[in-house]
Design a protein around this ligand. Structure first.
Ligand code: HEM
Length: 148
């Protein structure tokens, strides 16, 4: 009987050890959560677009765009990149920005608008930097066709 109890409790400990990492990852706070989840990211993107559409350095680039569609795709894209569980349904970054003539200076202007939008929404500096680090490598694809 004693032996059975030891065996059972050893099994319980092993089961707990095996499943503990699973439950920890289910409880994990994602970058998407830190950005405020769906409502937070929607607000940040909306504020960023307000800044960019009023920004004389880049507003002209959005002249022929469907802004509500762009807003939805940006929220979906950020959600998918930050473990929010969304599937991004838009185009690749190189295709969607081809022909817009986006140069380094335009990219920097948009990033500054995003930073202002995150400041307005009280996103901590550390969290801001995590999102920017995910977006930074897209620079190459987004500015790829700036000469065309
Ligand atoms: C890391 C930076 C950026 C990300 C993650 C990003 C993301 C996106 C996404 C997800 C779309 C929608 C794609 C689709 O239409 O299927 C899009 C489109 C667009 N982006 Fe960006 N973008 C970035 C930088 C920029 C910059 C720097 C500009 C201009 C200053 C810009 C201007 C536009 C415009 C005008 C469209 C809409 C094109 C159209 O109307 O078809 N983007 N971007």
């Amino acid at each position: 009987m004693l032996k059975l109890r030891y065996t059972l409790s050893a099994f319980c400990v092993m089961s707990f050890a095996a499943f503990a990492p699973l439950s920890a990852s289910a409880d994990e706070v994602t970058l998407y959560d830190k950005l405020g989840g769906h409502d937070g990211v929607t607000e940040i993107i909306s504020d960023m677009l307000d800044y960019s559409l009023a920004n004389p350095r880049i507003s002209h680039i959005f002249d022929n765009s469907n802004i509500p569609r762009l807003q939805n795709l940006l929220v979906e894209h950020i959600c998918s990149l930050t473990d929010g569980g969304c599937v991004y349904t838009g185009q690749d970054m190189d295709k969607s920005h081809a022909g817009l003539g986006i140069e380094n200076k335009h990219f920097n202007a948009l990033v500054e608008d995003l930073q202002k939008a995150m400041d307005d929404n009280d996103i901590p500096f550390r969290t801001q930097n995590k999102l920017l680090a995910i977006l930074a490598p897209m620079h190459g694809d987004i500015t790829k066709y700036s000469d065309y």
